[in-house]
Design a protein around this ligand. Structure first.
Ligand code: G3I
Length: 464
């Protein structure tokens, strides 16, 4: 499948397309002028002063369908692997930035900011580091940071300076750095990073610190002590490799308590895994979970952005590490947007519904609420809910909208459709014209789209 066309960066046009008013029968409601363009997640996040990004890895940059989405939908990129030590300093003192430079160049070409990941981590560490003497390791670590952060100076906005330094119980992980340098290695790493790139925001990044608990308490205490001692730290990254239905209830409170220490917070590696295969129930739960995470970040001013750990289920690390689990991201393997995508889209302020009120002969008429329930490249499913807002039952109803972007409406159920140019008219079927006061009936349809598929700026409902 091809990726969505026409999703190049645009000035945000995410104005709500919800229009409610009481008008004469059949009269259209004035459209907000900017309702036509469908904003990207990056654009929606930018309108909230945030970024919404994705991690990526070098092999996927050869896939045009993949890069079409990566380059247009997100306003931030994290280098998923190739800034790590094993790639950047495979032999002592020998630095190689070829692969990471490719990703940074891609981001720059697409106006995307870059989070640097990661300078000091026990994993993906070349073997030679484990054999460095305790006496030499502080200098080796500082030299690595100076070189890598120096190379990317001005090109990354954040660095994950130290990654995953704590165990679940809040004690220090016994990495080679901890064992040979001791507790001070984290502060030393942050000082070296600040010296190498004074403008990058310096983050401590970890998993299972999304909610309040022993591990996040340990990070909290670390940040607090760094602030007291003047060790340079600017942010905490909550990786957020989450499990379906298990978003920690203390997520927002936890983000807020870090913010209250005077640091930024980022959701740095979000994915929400499930037992595969997917089904509609799991998809709905996942959508709810993505919405919860997005809203928790938006609720705290210092939560600066969200990064998904790659965006397509076909490119996730989960199935290889957790057999039988996966489907953790917001696009499926074919780059179709999942319910979780639309949940994020809505949480960031995007509009997937249009509601219009008109009058009718049954008291005060009916409302029609239009919603795109799912969308994939070239196709979509829509649903319109018709609600009787009058004092008496309806005998019949008519709903109209305009296909402003060249979409089509194909198979339609629970109604009878006619189209006239761009205008779609749907009348009740012979079995659902009668709606009791306050009740709702719905009809649905399949359609096609090219470029963008915004919800209609207006939809009218008339009833008798
Ligand atoms: O590049 C080699 C390839 O040449 C070889 O054929 C293949 C065979 O297995 O392996 C490839 O390397 C893999 C590498 O990813 C690049 O794809 C490694 O085996 C694999 O272990 C490695 O996994 C990465 C993992 O970190 C390592 O712990 C994942 O891609 C990466 O997404 C993941 O990211 C981490 C974050 O950095 C920190 N937080 C957790 C997160 C998920 O584990």
């Amino acid at each position: 499948m091809s990726a969505p066309a026409g999703r190049a960066h645009r000035v945000l046009a995410a104005t709500a397309a919800v229009v409610v008013g009481t008008l004469a029968v059949g009269m259209a409601v004035a459209a907000p002028s900017s309702a036509a363009a469908e904003p990207t997640l990056g654009e929606l996040a930018a309108a909230k002063g945030r970024y919404f990004g994705s991690a990526t890895d070098n092999p996927t940059l050869d896939n045009a369908s993949y890069t079409a989405v990566l380059g247009s939908e997100f306003n931030q990129i994290t280098v998923g692997n190739t800034q790590k030590w094993m790639y950047t300093e495979p032999s002592r003192g020998q630095f190689d930035y070829t692969k990471a430079d490719q990703i940074v160049a891609f981001a720059q070409q697409h106006d995307q900011i870059v989070r640097g990941h990661t300078l000091v981590w026990h994993n993906q560490l070349p073997d030679w580091v484990n054999s460095v003497s305790a006496g030499d390791l502080p200098d080796v670590m500082r030299n690595h940071i100076a070189n890598v952060a120096g190379h990317f100076k001005g090109k990354v906005v954040h660095w994950d300076v130290v990654n995953e330094a704590f165990e679940e119980d809040g004690t220090r992980r016994q990495s080679v750095f901890q064992q040979k340098i001791g507790d001070s290695y984290i502060a030393e790493a942050f000082k070296a990073a600040r010296a190498a790139d004074p403008n990058a925001k310096l983050y401590y990044n970890d998993y299972n610190i999304e909610g309040i608990g022993s591990k996040s308490d340990a990070v909290y205490n670390l940040v607090k002590s760094f602030k007291q001692q003047g060790v340079p730290i600017d942010g905490v990254g909550l990786q957020a490799h989450l499990i379906l239905g298990q978003v920690p209830s203390t997520l927002q409170r936890n983000i807020q308590r870090f913010a209250d220490l005077g640091v930024d917070v980022a959701i740095t590696e979000l994915d929400i895994r499930m037992r595969t295969p997917r089904d509609a129930t799991k998809d709905a739960q996942q959508a709810a979970d993505y919405r919860t995470v997005t809203k928790a970040c938006l609720a705290v001013t210092r939560c600066v952005g969200i990064t998904v750990w790659d965006f397509s289920d076909g490119y996730s690390w989960i199935p290889s590490v957790f057999p039988g689990e996966g489907a953790a991201l917001i696009y499926d393997e074919d780059f179709a947007r999942k319910p979780s995508y639309w949940a994020v889209y809505e949480a960031l302020g995007g509009t997937t519904t249009t509601t219009t009120t008109t009058t009718g002969d049954n008291g005060s008429g009916c409302t029609a609420t239009y919603r795109v329930t799912s969308q994939w490249n070239g196709g979509y499913q829509g649903e319109v809910a018709v609600r009787n807002t009058g004092a008496t039952a309806t005998a019949r109803w008519t709903v109209k909208w305009t296909l402003a972007q060249g979409q089509t409406v194909g198979n339609l159920w629970n109604g009878v459709a006619t189209t006239n140019g761009q205008e779609v008219t749907v009348r009740n079927a012979n079995y659902n014209g009668a709606i009791a006061p306050g009740d709702t009936t719905t009809f649905g349809f399949l359609g096609s789209w090219i470029g963008t598929n915004p919800v209609p700026a207006t939809i009218t409902c008339t009833s008798a």
